[in-house]
Write a new protein. Structure first.
Length: 381
């Protein structure tokens, strides 16, 4: 059953005018919510356990893909539904941020390729896509058509799939602009300050801060108070090359892994990402480094002279079913579980949280039956 076939009514918070909102976590969700709430005239205090300017959030490490078709095929149809909202919302937000010149946003789709020996994987991918998303037309591209789409691709690729309804965003530039706007709008930003979350308050080691409502956006950092949260290790490679130009993300299908290369401004590229069920934050392993580098070289041998800028490890915040979740309780809302889909599903999560805080009435919305639960149903603390 599609998630918007069964809607659940959830009440708004009925906040006072000029309410003061406390937000725990300065990653993607925390910054988006702080910015939007400030724009709505509320007061906001944003707490981050680490640095806000040199972020270690998963959203900073991520590649910034908005790929509803690809993620649906790799997971479930729900991701396609959530992602369609993202494709509409991100351009609107960038316009509101007045950041179109600073935050690159590419809506040129994404490309799926495979080694000649793995051509059956590409054909199976196409069959899976047509079965799950029959309205999405994506015929196999010939070698000539591939060159027309991405001239710098490895000549060994003979076929590919172009998924038009996908996009990518310069995530690090976005996070920087969001922080600037939060400060410009009068938001209070407190970094290097871990907090504990409870109804109407955020507690630091030395003080208790009270608010009209508290939002918990800490990702993996929320695990001590939300036992179902787990971290999934991901490793990415970031390089610079003057010899390669890509117009869109390229995914490489392989029997053991699926890796991608995402272009960024200034000749930068992000290659990722491994997916390991572990909360280990130790440096990138040799095996993962070889897999990431091999995928990069396979996509274009000209990457051989690329310069490695960064080998990064982070934890994706996930829940038991790898779906996002919003917990409603008196004086507090907790949201988590963006997993590897942060930029894909953050718009829907943010829209729902804003509706609860600013709606002023009972409302029906798509995905409510998927997203919402109560504290008693999910929290052990």
């Amino acid at each position: 059953m599609r998630s918007n076939d069964s809607l659940t009514q959830w009440p708004s918070m009925h906040l006072p005018d000029n309410a003061h909102i406390g937000i725990a976590g300065g990653g993607l969700l925390g910054r988006l919510l702080a910015w939007q709430l400030l724009r709505a005239g509320l007061r906001v205090s944003l707490f981050e356990a680490g640095s806000l300017t040199d972020s270690r959030a998963a959203a900073h490490t991520a590649a910034g893909m908005i790929a509803p078709v690809s993620e649906a095929i790799d997971s479930e149809y729900l991701m396609y539904e959530l992602g369609r909202t993202a494709l509409t919302q991100w351009p609107q937000w960038l316009s509101q941020l007045e950041a179109q010149e600073r935050v690159a946003y590419g809506n040129t789709g994404s490309l799926i390729v495979a080694h000649r020996a793995d051509a059956s994987l590409l054909q199976q991918y196409q069959r899976d896509m047509h079965q799950m998303l029959p309205d999405i037309a994506s015929p196999l591209l010939t070698r000539t058509e591939l060159i027309g789409v991405e001239p710098d691709l490895n000549e060994a690729f003979q076929q590919g799939l172009l998924l038009d309804a996908e996009a990518h965003i310069d995530n690090r530039a976005l996070l920087a602009v969001l922080l600037e706007r939060i400060v410009e709008l009068g938001g209070t930003c407190i970094e290097h300050t871990p907090v504990e979350v409870s109804a109407y308050q955020l507690s630091t080691n030395s003080d208790v801060h009270r608010f009209d409502c508290v939002l918990d956006c800490r990702g993996v950092g929320a695990k001590p108070q939300w036992s179902e949260v787990r971290g999934v290790r991901g490793e990415v490679l970031r390089v610079h090359s003057r010899d390669v130009s890509l117009s869109r993300p390229v995914r490489l299908l392989h029997p053991r892994y699926q890796l991608y290369v995402v272009p960024k401004p200034g000749g930068h590229f992000v290659i990722g990402a491994t997916q390991i069920e572990s909360e280990d934050l130790s440096p990138v392993s040799v095996q993962s480094s070889l897999e990431l580098s091999s995928a990069l070289y396979t996509i274009s041998p000209a990457f051989a002279e690329a310069r490695i800028l960064e080998l990064a490890v982070n934890l994706r915040p996930a829940l038991r079913d790898n779906r996002p979740q919003i917990i409603l309780a008196k004086g507090v809302m907790k949201m988590n579980g963006l997993y590897r889909h942060g930029y894909l599903i953050a718009p829907v999560v943010v829209q729902h949280v804003l509706a609860r805080l600013l709606g002023g009435r009972y409302i029906d919305e798509p995905f409510a039956s998927v997203l919402y639960t109560t504290a008693k149903e999910s929290l052990s603390a």
